[in-house]
Design a protein around this ligand. Sequence first.
Ligand code: GTP
Ligand code: SPV
Ligand code: MN
Length: 602
Amino acid sequence: MNIPTNNQKLIKWVKEIEEMCTPDNVVWIDGTKAEYDRMIKIMVDSGIAIPLKKRSNSYLFRSDASDVARVENRTFIASKSKEEAGPTNNWIDPVELKIVMKVLLKGCMKGRSMYVIPFSMGPIGSPIAKIGIEITDSPYVVANMYIMARVGTKVLRVLGDEGEFIPCLHSVGKPLEQGQSDGGQWPCAPIEKKYISHFPEERMIWSYGSGYGGNALLGKKCLALRIASVQARDEEWLAEHMLILKITNPSGKSKYVAAAFPSACGKTNLAMLIPTIPGWKVETVGDDISWMKYGADGRLYAINPEAGFFGVAPGTSMSSNPNAMRSIEKNSIFTNVALTEDGDIWWEGIGYDAPGKLIDWTGKPWVQDKSNKEQKPAAHPNSRFTAPASQCPSIASNWEDPAGVPIDAILFGGRRPSTIPLVHQARSWNHGVFMGSIVGSEVTAATLDVKAGIIRRDPFAMLPFCGYHMGDYFDHWIKVGASSKPDKQPKFFFVNWFRKSKDGNWLWPGFGDNSRVLKWIFERCDGKGKALETPIGYMPTVDAIDRPASVSAEDMKELLSLDKEGWKKELADVRAEHYPKFGSRLPKELLSELEAIEKQLG
Ligand code: GTP
Ligand code: SPV
Ligand code: MN
């Protein structure tokens, strides 16, 4: 076989893995469209991919019912010491973990091809980009990586003979006996055999037993967040679970916003929004991950390390997110959505009733029954689309600029039915870090093994993605602030699109109307925008945000008012339950911020 690199370290590692996993053959991924088509053909022929007649070059996949989302309980940070992984991560001693995993990995690719995917997170050759090599036995992963990252020979060229890469090993964990096939079924291992393992000191990833999303597309959460967060700490930059957008006002002035919301809490939607206020424009730089570094001018610059969107399908419609709908018109992969009779996709919240009989995400016939409130959804709540970012009508012309874009505002948010107002602004960098540290949200379907609906703290939306001690992560943020000048720093805001009324309806329409809040944020960054100083920070005056016609004056007042009693409870929980988890590693600056707000609330 022709090995397309002279990088000895890479050749040696691939050989080692081949010997351990004993695949039938090894395929080096070149990143061409012809190769992508070959991958798809393998999967169509084996019955795992269903071509969608209504969408050119697009395919539907149905995963195993045990393999539909990230598995946090099976995700491990195997740093040398448990203390280093911290209280929010699952830790196993790396030596022990390797022994356990090697038993599973031995012969695990039997009967399958082993694909070697060179990939770049970030524009190829950008000084901020990182190179990874994913070895996988899943053609589904190869096809998704083709869309989500820059892959193939061009990456090997930049890597060169001596270049450094992050080794990422992935197996679905289902070796095949002689003559055995998957029989059209999604291959994976049972839950207790799944291991999504990170070795932060070695900068290495081993993922076994899952073929889904962030468990398997290792450039995304595993590399670009868990491993990169450790590198960022050591190299004085930031690797964050944040969308990046560009917003332009009617007179043509632009600003850049990064926003951290927990999984399935609205990043993709905010990144692609179409403003409902005339003259304003929003463009997309990224929808999930942001890598940020200080530039020579002292400002914080962000790049989107990804090349595609792995977006939540349910709720995506021509009214909620037309830019996403247009991004997925062609060349897209759909996983666990429903199939229509004429060969198109459908999901709950797509904006129209199910057109006739469907096949649901489990492969069974499904007929919509709107009178049955208990009917199981046709699409899995964490069903997803994979689409090239370049197909997004709102993609910013400079989204691949290797230098990144200068960030003016950083937003935090989550699903909070009460207490947290529509928007408030931090007084300072450290107050902003405090805001990030206390982010809480109702858990969504993006996580398999934590009950959806309960509110949990998800600091910086990084709870499942920080590769080291979260207390040290807070401290890193404080230090990054201390090393920059206040007039160059982004301003921090906390938003909440998810307030509910007593009868359980959304108080705020969300989606395109979120532009009204972005407008105020833009104005605040411009030294304008009417605000009141309150114990929790600056809040807009009731007339500072244009009220949508669908929101009553009374509801608007509620959205923008300070719920003193609610906040007292919130802070009591932070003090008694949340902060103590971090022990002596909790930065004292955060305690001071907490104290200051407590005092002002009385
Ligand atoms: P990950 O890809 O898991 O990181 O998710 P995400 O943060 O990108 O979330 P996404 O934008 O995909 O939104 C998830 C769900 O929230 C979808 O069903 C959306 O329709 C819904 N959603 C997004 N924005 C809003 C909003 O402003 N209001 C309401 N009510 N729902 C929203
Ligand atoms: C998330 O869960 O935050 C996602 C989806 O973006 S996954 O890639 O599966 O992590
Ligand atoms: Mn995400």
